[in-house]
Design a protein around this ligand. Structure first.
Ligand code: ADP
Ligand code: MG
Length: 252
């Protein structure tokens, strides 16, 4: 069997032939993508290419007009964010969803379904410390979340996803509001996720970040899938050309 067909079999999450229109606007037109365990997959495209729409379908916020979504090669229906969470598909946005009046540990374990009514605070703090340790994040589980920077809030969201057995973690422009130092820290966390077998989908406009962190790069344009390549088989010039649909030299 060829390396490629072996790889195809591994997709944790795959979307095929996805179409989605808003009134007369075709946001996605037969789009596809396949995400693999232990890989960081960058999704590139100009504004309006359909990236956020694809993610919203993946996480159950929108339903596709047509197309299919498979996990481990089997068709699944993700009709709501709760469905997505049950399948281990989690998105982290630029503005983390943090409860400022709760502690770090409480935020990490917020909304856990399997914890029962009696909260064992000592265990909760210990488990929080452990998952933060795996992510190499130096945060006090007892610290009030209101004291955290945006980067630290994202770390709490990533820690939360890890305690929920995340399989696909989607980051839509996660570095937009971060300092250079915080970007470095986020990248270390992404590397830990990859090492733990999570499929990471990473959206950014900063091409240097793409070539630093990703294993695979997909380009979308006008709701179409244009290409998917191993990062070693592409470069910034090619990616930009595919994003805009013509040679960059045509601009000048
Ligand atoms: P990207 O995230 O790549 O910038 P989007 O998925 O946000 O692209 O948008 C793709 C296209 O769909 C754009 O033309 C956008 O205006 C349109 N669109 C996205 N969401 C909506 C919506 N909720 N209502 C109407 N049009 C939308
Ligand atoms: Mg977007």
């Amino acid at each position: 069997m060829s390396a490629i067909s072996a790889h195809m079999r591994d997709a944790v999450l795959e979307m095929r032939g996805i179409c989605k229109s808003f009134g007369g606007t075709r946001a996605l037109d037969g789009a596809h993508i396949a995400l693999h365990a232990g890989e960081v997959h960058a999704l590139l495209g100009e504004n309006g290419a359909g990236k956020s729409t694809l993610i919203k379908i993946m996480t159950g916020l929108y339903s596709a007009d047509s197309g299919e979504l498979l996990m481990d090669g089997k068709p699944v229906h993700i009709g709501s964010p709760a469905d997505a969470q049950r399948h281990g598909v989690v998105a982290i946005y630029q503005e983390p969803l943090i409860f400022p009046d709760l502690t770090v540990a409480e935020n990490i374990f917020m909304g856990h379904r399997d914890r029962g009514r009696l909260v064992n605070w000592r265990r909760l703090r210990r488990d929080a410390r452990q998952v933060l340790g795996v992510l190499d994040v130096d945060l006090d589980p007892n610290a009030p979340a209101s004291t955290l920077t945006v980067g630290e809030q994202q770390a709490v969201e990533i820690a939360k996803a890890m305690t929920q057995d995340v399989r696909v973690l989607i980051m839509d422009e996660p570095t937009a509001a971060l300092s250079a130092h915080e970007v470095r820290r986020l990248f270390r966390q992404v590397e830990q996720l990859r090492a733990n077998g999570v499929a990471v989908l990473f959206i950014t406009h900063r091409l240097d970040e793409v070539f630093e962190i990703s294993d695979r790069v997909s380009v979308f344009r006008d709701g179409h899938h244009i290409s998917t390549r191993p990062v070693a088989d592409t470069n910034q010039g090619l990616a930009v050309k595919e994003m805009v649909g013509r040679e960059l030299g045509d601009f000048f």
